[in-house]
Design a protein around this ligand. Structure first.
Ligand code: NAD
Length: 475
């Protein structure tokens, strides 16, 4: 059991006043993996006060000193990367090999990258008679989801600490054990007391207590659009800065001159990554009416190649969903797709065969002849469910791609790179891959529309945690 009974507040592992706990489940078999404290207002208050007390001294350290800490944290995570990958493979259900590369690998790389960026960043400049300095925004409350748990924590903590902010983290109660490992790494790195604090608990009361706390200057939130709206309302009461990374319903536009096989394969992979529990998942595949029959055949074949199973098994390509709630939600969307008249080309709502009992497994599913007005094309499913939507021409494809309340990501495929770029520029989303272009950790990441506001990653992510201040000089 991975039980934890203490919170990290003010540089100490302290026993919470509340005796309440939360069960965390193993996605692969449904068993209880361990328990964590369910913090309440009292613990949140102690954590914010510790962060507040540490702010002045931490914000006065040099960027180079802060960069050294970030590098030490990266090294500390690297030393424990196997344990991190195994923990997240159990909490989230991502196949272990992939979890080592993505779930453990990205945080190590991002902490190291921020060490470099903080060293190189231009902390002040001159405009006429003014010196413009960058100040840390203050005490940051970071609230994160479970799908890429340590990566999403890192994209907040590394730049916030690098900027000179102090932090209270409330990780997802669904996948929290990785955050405890990070807290131990921070402690071992010798980070001054109160600069980083960890409280665990549910959205209500712990999350809301943190968002409402008068000692917090900024909320950096990643999670559902539903929670993002609630957090915005609460934060408005004291005019806190809010950065929101929310959901998505991203389109992969396959233009009629694309390498169809490569584009379909890339889209299916982009849809099923982490069992579809990826905010940038390419869940709507847009193909020209002429190519629809061939694209449908290729997508169904690709889906059947995803072996569903135990995340710890070498042969698994598609792990379970993360929780029972997710399983029920995804199955109900698959049924909804059938009821609304989409054509089921692969998978379905019934349980896959040959998987470990008790786990949250679902079949890789493909729907054809989907209309963009259908529920499965409009709502974020967060499971391995692809919708293929035929379009008439390029203009129609762009219209469909943008016909969503979301705007997080997208993809465009064409043999003509300039045509692909032209279409990509017209998609209202924060990140659009062209012909399978690789993920870039220095490029800005974030949403348009109801996918949120603010940007993470690279220098853009660092600027989120800074305030500009102008000093008007006389001479
Ligand atoms: P969620 O919104 O339920 O929870 C996210 C975090 O917020 C958790 O720590 C939760 O305890 C907390 N929370 C929930 N309600 C709260 C409230 N009222 N006040 C304060 N805190 C609250 O989301 P989830 O189910 O953990 O994650 C899945 C969602 O996250 C999906 O919609 C997905 O698209 C989105 N997501 C977005 C990105 C991105 O960068 N845009 C990345 C990953 C996930």
């Amino acid at each position: 059991m991975l039980n934890r009974d203490k919170l990290f507040i003010g540089g100490q592992w302290s026993t919470p006043a509340s005796r309440e706990t939360i069960d965390v489940h193993n996605a692969g078999n449904g068993e209880v993996l361990g328990r964590i404290p369910a913090a309440g207002e009292k613990e949140v208050d102690a954590a914010v006060k510790a962060a507040r007390a540490a702010l002045e001294a931490w914000s006065a350290t040099s960027p180079a000193a802060r960069a050294d800490y970030l590098q030490k944290i990266s090294d500390g995570l690297k030393a424990r990367s196997e344990e991190i990958a195994k923990t997240i493979a159990q909490e989230v259900g991502m196949p272990l090999k992939m979890a080592s590369r993505i779930q453990a690998g990205l945080p190590i790389a991002n902490f190291a990258n921020y060490a470099k960026l903080v060293r190189e960043f231009k902390w002040e400049d001159r405009v006429g008679n003014s010196v413009v300095v960058r100040d840390p925004v203050g005490v940051v409350a970071a609230s994160t989801p479970w799908n890429y748990p340590l990566h999403q924590i890192t994209l907040k903590l590394a730049p916030a600490l690098g900027a000179g902010c102090t932090v209270v983290l409330k990780p997802s109660e669904v996948a929290p054990f990785n955050a405890f490992i990070l807290a131990e790494v921070m402690e071992a790195a010798g980070l001054p007391a109160g600069v980083f604090n960890l409280v665990t608990g549910t959205g209500q009361p712990a999350g809301e207590a943190l968002v409402k706390h008068p000692g917090v200057d900024m909320i950096s939130f990643t999670g559902s659009t539903r929670a993002g709206k609630r957090i915005s309302e609460l934060a408005a009461q004291s005019v806190k800065r809010v950065a929101l990374e929310l959901g998505g319903k991203s389109a992969s536009v396959i233009l009629d001159d694309a390498d169809l096989a490569a584009a379909v394969k890339g889209t299916v992979n982009g849809c099923y990554l982490n069992s579809g529990q990826t905010c940038t998942a390419l869940t709507r595949m847009l193909v020209s009416e002429k190519q629809y029959p061939e694209a449908a055949k290729l997508a169904a074949e690709a889906a059947k190649g995803f072996t569903v199973g135990d995340p710890m098994a070498e042969t698994t390509r598609l792990g379970p969903l993360t929780s029972q709630a997710q399983l029920e939600r995804v199955r109900s969307y698959i049924k909804k797709g059938q009821q609304e008249g989409a054509e089921l080309l692969a998978g379905g709502a019934d349980a896959p065969e040959g998987v470990p009992a008790g786990g949250y497994y679902v079949k890789p599913t493909v729907f054809g002849k989907v209309k963009n007005s259908m529920t499965i094309a409009q709502e974020e499913i967060f499971g391995p469910v692809l919708s293929i939507i035929p379009y008439k021409d390029e203009e129609d494809a762009i219209r469909i791609a943008n016909d969503t309340v979301y705007g997080l990501a997208g993809a465009v495929w064409s043999k003509d790179e300039s045509r692909a770029q032209r279409v990509a520029r017209r998609i209202r989303a924060g990140q659009v891959d062209v012909n399978g272009g690789a993920f870039n950790m220095n490029a800005p990441f974030g949403g348009f529309k109801q996918s949120g506001h603010g940007r993470e990653a690279g220098v853009y992510g660092l600027e989120e945690f800074l305030e500009y201040k102008s000093l008007q000089l006389k001479g």
